[in-house]
Design a protein around this ligand. Structure first.
Ligand SMILES: *Cc1c(COP(=O)(O)O)cnc(C)c1O
Length: 370
C-alpha cells in the first residue's frame, strides 16, 4: 500500500480495457478489499466517478469549495455498483448460484446487472408501487425475478433475511459486509482527488450502509496517512422517514425520495457511530427542501439526480444557514441519476407540449425570436 495513493497496482492482473479506463473497483482497490486469488475479476466499469466543482451553490453556502461526487455515473446509475461488484464476486467465489436483495430500486438494478453478467439468478423483493420506473425497468431488463410485496422496504429486508437463512442464496443488501467494503472505495477516490479528506461529507441516509462505508473509507485513509484529517459526516434523512433523527423506527415512512423511504435502517448503530466519531450530524430535510435542491441541481449545476440524492444537497443548504463554512471544503454525494425516475421529473418541471406545424416562422415564434 502506497502512502499517498490508495489506488492498487496489480501488475499480475491484465488491464480489462487497455487504454479505455474501466478497470473497475476489484482491480483498482484489490489490496484494500477482500480479494483473493479465487475472487473472479468482474467489472462493469464501476467506480472512478467524477468529482465536479459547484458553479453556483458553492457561493451561496459560503464554503471555500463545494464538490459533487457523481455516483450517478456508475454503470447502473447509482453508487450501489461499488459494493455490488464485490458482493457478487464473493458469491461466485463461494459457489452460490443465486443472489437475493430487498430493494427500494437501485440495489435490485445493480444486483440484477452483476448477476446477469456472472450467470447467477437474481431475486429481488420490492415494496409494491414504491419503486421508480427506471429502476424496475433495469431489473426487468437484466432478467431478475421480481417479487413485489404489499409492504414497505423494511418488510422486504426482513423477508430477504429469512429466505437467505433457509436457502443457499447470497443476501446482497448492505448487511452483506462485502457491500460496505466495496462502497468505501468512493472515500478513497475523494481523498485521491483532493489530496486530503474534505471537511464535511454530505449524503442521504436510508438503510445507512453508505454513511457507514464512507466513514470506514475515510478512517482507513487517515490511518495510512493518505489523508491528514477525517471529515465531519453530515447525513440527511427525509422528514417523513427519519428514524435516526427521532430515535425510533418509523412504521410507515413517507417521502418522495423513494430510495431513502426506510423506517428501520439496518446499519442504524453504525450510522450513529459515524456521526459521533466524526463530530458530525444526522438531520432531517422536508420533501419540499429535497425537491428544491433537486430542481436547483438540475437547473443551476447541470446535474440531474434522483430525489434521494438531492437530500444531501438540501441538507447542506440547511446547515449553511447556521454553520459558518468559510474556509471549508465540502463534498456532496450524488448517489443516483435522475433518469431512474422520469415521472418525478415530468411532474416537477411542469411543461406542456403543443405540436406546431414544421415551419421556420412558427418555430421562431415559439422560441420568442419573432
Ligand atoms: C440506496 C440509496 C441511498 C441510501 O443509501 P443507504 O446506504 O441505504 O443509506 C440514497 N440514494 C440513492 C440514490 C440510493 O440508491
Amino acid at each position: 500500500m502506497s502512502q499517498t495513493s490508495p489506488v492498487s497496482k496489480r501488475p499480475d492482473l491484465p488491464a480489462v480495457h487497455p487504454g479505455m479506463g474501466g478497470r473497475g473497483v476489484l482491480q483498482r482497490f484489490a489490496d484494500v478489499l477482500p480479494v483473493t486469488d479465487a475472487t473472479p475479476d468482474i467489472t462493469l466499469g464501476e467506480g472512478d466517478t467524477p468529482l465536479v466543482r459547484s458553479v453556483r451553490l458553492e457561493k451561496e453556502t459560503g464554503c471555500q469549495a463545494l464538490y459533487f461526487k457523481l455516483e450517478s455515473c456508475n454503470p447502473s446509475g447509482s453508487f450501489k455498483d461499488r459494493g455490488m461488484v464485490v458482493a457478487v464476486a464473493k458469491a461466485v467465489e463461494r459457489g452460490d448460484r443465486a443472489v437475493l436483495c430487498a430493494s427500494t430500486g437501485n440495489t435490485s438494478a445493480s444486483a440484477a446487472a452483476y448477476a446477469s453478467r456472472c450467470g447467477l439468478e437474481a431475486y429481488v423483493i420490492v415494496p409494491h408501487g414504491r419503486v421508480a420506473e427506471g429502476k424496475l425497468a433495469q431489473a426487468v431488463a437484466h432478467g431478475a425475478h421480481i417479487i413485489a410485496i404489499e409492504g414497505g422496504f423494511d418488510d422486504a429486508l426482513r423477508l430477504a433475511r429469512e429466505v437467505t437463512a433457509r436457502h443457499p442464496i447470497a443476501l446482497v443488501n448492505s448487511v452483506n459486509p462485502h457491500r460496505i467494503e466495496g462502497q468505501k472505495t468512493a472515500a478513497f477516490e475523494i481523498v485521491d482527488a483532493l489530496d486530503d479528506a474534505p471537511d464535511m461529507l454530505c449524503l442521504p441516509v436510508g438503510n445507512a450502509g453508505n454513511i457507514t462505508a464512507y466513514w470506514r473509507g475515510f478512517v482507513e485513509c487517515y490511518q495510512r496517512e493518505s489523508a491528514k484529517k477525517k471529515p465531519l459526516m453530515w447525513g440527511f434523512q427525509a422528514a417523513g422517514a427519519a428514524p435516526i433523527v427521532s430515535g425510533e423506527p418509523v412504521p410507515d415512512p413517507q417521502t418522495v425520495a423513494t430510495a431513502i423511504r426506510i423506517g428501520n435502517p439496518a446499519s442504524w448503530q453504525r450510522a450513529i457511530e459515524a456521526r459521533d466519531e466524526s463530530g458530525g450530524d444526522i438531520q432531517s430535510v422536508t420533501d419540499e427542501q429535497i425537491l428544491n435542491a433537486y430542481r436547483r441541481l438540475a437547473q443551476e449545476e447541470g446535474i440531474f439526480c434522483e430525489p434521494a440524492s438531492a437530500a444531501g444537497v438540501a441538507g447542506l443548504l440547511q446547515q449553511a444557514a447556521s454553520v459558518d463554512l468559510a474556509g471549508k471544503t465540502v463534498v456532496c454525494v450524488i448517489t443516483g441519476t435522475g433518469l431512474k425516475d422520469p415521472e418525478r421529473a415530468l411532474a416537477e418541471f411542469a411543461f406542456e407540449l403543443n405540436p406546431v406545424p414544421p415551419e421556420l416562422a412558427t418555430v421562431e415564434r415559439e422560441m420568442g425570436l419573432a
